[in-house]
Structure formats: C-alpha cells, structure tokens
Design a protein around this ligand. Structure first.
Ligand code: UDP
Length: 480
C-alpha cells in the first residue's frame, strides 16, 4: 500500500525576506520527496501581504502546497524600540490563538490533506512550540539566516552575563569570541540585542533560553552552507550533540524568480545591453534605507566611479535640510539635481524594488554593493558576484565581518570617524577598484567569490552537504 506523504506546516515570521527562504525551503523539500507543505502566515494591520509576498507565494508548486493567511490583528502593546524586528516577534505572539486553531485542524484526521506530522517555526515564532507540543506535533526551528548569527542566540545568556555592567553591547571593551565564529566587536552583534534595557532584548533572551534548552523541538534547519561556515556549523553541532540535530541546508535561495512584471523586463533588457560583468548592483534589501546625506554621497560616488550601475532607491530615512519646502516626493525626487541626466545610459535607478535574483544571475552584473542581508549574500554567492559591504541593521554587520575578514569575498568602505558617513571619494574609489579589479586585493576578492560559488553549487549537488542534510531531515520526518 502506498504510504501517505508526510504533511508539514511552516510558520515564518511575516517579513517578506523571511518568507522568501521559507518558500524556497518548501520548494526544496517538495523536489526532494513526496510531501505536503502548508505555510501559515501571520499578518497585522501594518504588515498585510504585499504584492511581492503574493508573487513569492504564487511561485510555489501548486498540488502539494497550501498557504493560510491568519487574519490581521490590531495590537497596541508593541514596544517602541527596534520596531521592525519587534513587530515581527510581537505579531506572531498575537496570533498564537489562531495558530493553535489552524494547527489543531491540520492535525485532525478529517482534513483533505494528510494529517500534520511536524511544524517548522521561525525563531520569531518560537512560542508556537508550546502549541505544537500540546497537540502532539513534532517541531523543528527554521532559521533563515546563517550559523554565526545563530551562535549569538545560542550564547546570549552568557553574553548577557559578560555585559552585565553595560546597557549596550556596543560598549563591551573586548571583542566577543563565539565558538567557530570570527571575533566581533560588541557593536557588530545582532542589532536586536544591542540595547539590554529593551523588551525586545528580553524577548530574545527568552528565545535564546528556549533554543539552548533543546526541549520541545527536534532540530534546527539553518540556511548555512557547511563548507562556507564550516567552523561555526561544527561548533553548533558539537555543542548540541545528543540534544538536537543541526541541519545546514543552505543556500536556500530563490534561483528561479518568475512573476516578472513590466518594470522587471525593462531592467533586464537594459542589463542585456551592457557588457559582461560591467554593472554594479546597489541594493539595501527589502526595506533598508539611508539618511539623506548618505544617499547624496552614494549618488555622487556612483557618478564619480564612472562605472555602470543599477541602484534600487528608497526614500531616505532623514529629511533633506530644506525639507519644509518639499512636498511628498517619490524616492527619485531625493537624488541630487541632475544626477539622473548625468548618469543616463550608464546607470539605471529603480524606485523601491528590483528583480534581484535575476539581476544577480545576469551575466552583465559584476559586483553587488549590498546591505549584507543573508538572502542577498547567498544570492550573490550562488552567482559568484563579489561584494562591497554596507551593513545597516539586524545581523548584517556580522555577515559583513564574515564576508570581509574570514571569507575575503568583499570590500568594506571606510566611514568618516566624525559623522559616520561614507564619503563620495571613498565610494567612487572602491566601486572602481572592485569593478575593474585593479588591485591585488580586488582580484583576490573576485577569485575567492568564484571559489565560494563552487562550494555553494557543490553543497546542492547530488552528494553535497546540504542535499545530505535535507535527506537526513526528510527521513526523520518520514519516521514520525
Ligand atoms: N529583494 C528583491 N528586490 C529588491 C530587494 C530585495 O527581490 O529590490 C529580495 C532579495 O532578493 C532577498 C530579499 O528580498 O531575497 C532580501 O532579504 P535579505 O535577507 O537580503 O535582506 P532583508 O530584507 O531581510 O534585510
């Protein structure tokens, strides 16, 4: 008799950049084996499903997948600190009753899909472990970022002790050495845990204790490539051996970004007309923004570099000095006067969003100035595109250290000591150096990125480390 395929649910946090790897994980699991996958997405009035979210979900293979949006919930107890991150964690907490209802129904024998055997929860949805336990459903944690940032959560209680006499981790006098990780200055650690006085910090401490206890879940699926983060993965596996399994299944990235719209095709047509490897792609992730002054420096820097570029431009997060005279402007209205005309033909400026996966996979793209979000980083790695790091928040500063100091696949611009701005001359020089490969360092960075690409591709091959980790995971699911 044919065995019923295992049915799993995935509970991501409601940010698009967390949803993209969840969808990709679902796709990878479905390619690997006969499974059913339900993705349960908590929404809030402030975080309704965007067009980008809907288009990402539409790319899922239909017959064996289902998406359930939990009804938006309004809540007023959101702490004022670390807003975007806090919002993710608190949105999930508010949905626990509806998560309970949905999981209970999926686990019942009366549904059209096979009964649920396991639920994968994101770190921000870790409170849902109690629900799964109450319903007798096995749980796994899905961590869409890398092993080094996961290490912070594994060692947060210890860090908390070390930092006992400081309000902010950035004030720690000594670099922090986590097992298997490069050393980090306190200020480079995950931004959500920087201020020890906040509710968000306390919530992360709870997450951390839960993670370390290893109770109520069977393993952690992490978007890491073992051969790229070998020491950090090894340390996590050794520390947790006998307690829970760490599955490094990365790179979990969307390689086939379908759902192209008109603006996408304009951008890809433009790219198609540029020489091979000549275009720098500039983007700060799904929501990253710069100050008005920094945006101005970046514009002049790109212009002076003389290089071709695609820049995803968002409204700055501070007002220009003469802001009172400005009405509501589109993002491009904040660019320096004449910038678009002077760079016409050599630069393409896109407001808010680009078909990033396609841009990075295009032969004309030769460099990426990135905020170093982990998905952006992996999307660059799988295409062998070297980076200029420009971390803004979350775990991006840690990723930048990994990329520049340990992996040596990226260049880092120097900021002004006084005001923290990266000046136009610095940007112009670095962009030119990366794109033209003029120095020994730049040539090394470009060559090492090619090597890293090979490691990422190998990990996904038939006998690659990530494929093996995925097989191990699927066989565990089949035994439940
Ligand atoms: N992304 C995109 N177009 C954009 C900006 C971002 O397609 O203009 C996608 C990008 O390909 C990646 C995700 O959004 O998959 C961003 O995730 P990442 O972890 O890099 O950064 P975050 O948004 O979490 O800061």
């Amino acid at each position: 008799m044919k065995q019923t395929p295992p049915h799993i649910a995935i509970l991501p946090s409601p940010a698009i950049s967390h949803l993209i790897p969840v969808v990709e994980l679902a796709r990878r699991l479905l390619l690997h084996d006969d499974l059913h996958v339900t993705i349960i997405i908590p929404c809030s009035d402030d975080l309704p499903p965007s067009d980008a979210t809907k288009s990402v979900l539409e790319s899922l293979p239909k017959p064996n997948t289902r998406t359930i949006f939990l009804p938006p919930d309004r809540f007023d107890d959101l702490p004022s600190d670390s807003r975007p991150t806090a919002e993710l964690a608190f949105t999930v907490s508010h949905h626990l009753p509806s998560i309970h209802r949905v999981l209970k129904s999926l686990a019942s024998r009366n549904t059209t899909t096979p009964p649920l055997v396991a639920v994968f929860v994101s770190l921000f949805a870790i409170d849902a472990l109690d629900i799964a336990k109450g319903l007798g459903i096995s749980s796994y944690v899905f961590y869409p970022m890398n092993a080094i940032s996961l290490s912070v959560f594994f060692h947060l209680s210890k860090l908390d002790e070390i930092a006992a006499s400081y309000d902010f981790l950035k004030d720690l006098p000594e670099p922090v050495k986590l097992p298997g990780c490069p050393s980090f200055r306190g200020r480079d650690l995950f931004s959500g845990v920087q201020d020890r006085r906040t509710d968000m910090y306390k919530k992360f401490l709870q997450f951390s204790k839960r993670l370390v206890s290893g109770e109520d879940f069977k393993g952690i699926v992490v978007n890491s490539v073992r051969d790229i983060e070998s020491e950090a993965v090894k340390a996590l596996q050794e520390e947790n051996s006998g307690k829970l399994t760490i599955y490094p299944v990365g790179p979990i990235v969307n390689i086939d970004s379908s759902g192209q719209n008109n603006q996408d095709s304009e951008c890809l047509t433009w790219l198609g007309n540029q020489p091979r490897g000549s275009v720098l792609y500039v983007s700060f992730g799904s929501g990253g923004t710069l100050s008005f002054d920094q945006m101005t420096e970046l514009a002049f820097g790109l212009e002076r570099s003389g290089q071709r570029f695609i820049w995803v431009v968002r409204k700055p997060n501070t007002q220009p000095p003469n802001a009172t005279c400005l009405g509501p402007l589109e993002p491009l209205g904040f660019l320096p006067n004449g910038f678009l005309e002077r760079t016409k033909g050599r630069g393409l400026v896109l407001p808010d969003w680009a078909p990033q996966v396609r841009v990075l996979g295009h032969g004309s793209t030769g460099g990426f100035l990135s905020h170093c979000g982990w998905s952006s980083t992996l999307e660059s790695v799988v295409n062998g595109v070297p980076l200029i790091v420009w971390p803004l928040a979350a775990e991006q500063k840690m990723n930048a250290v990994l990329l520049v100091e340990r992996l040596k696949v990226a260049l880092r611009p120097k900021a002004d000591d006084e005001d923290g701005l990266v000046r136009r001359e610095e940007i112009a020089n670095l962009v030119k150096a990366l794109m033209e490969g003029t120095s020994e360092e730049c040539r090394t960075v470009r060559n090492r990125m090619k090597d890293l690409k090979d490691l990422a591709v190998k990990a996904l091959g038939e006998d690659g480390s990530s494929t093996r980790a995925l097989s191990q995971l699927v066989s565990m699911l089949k035994k439940i």
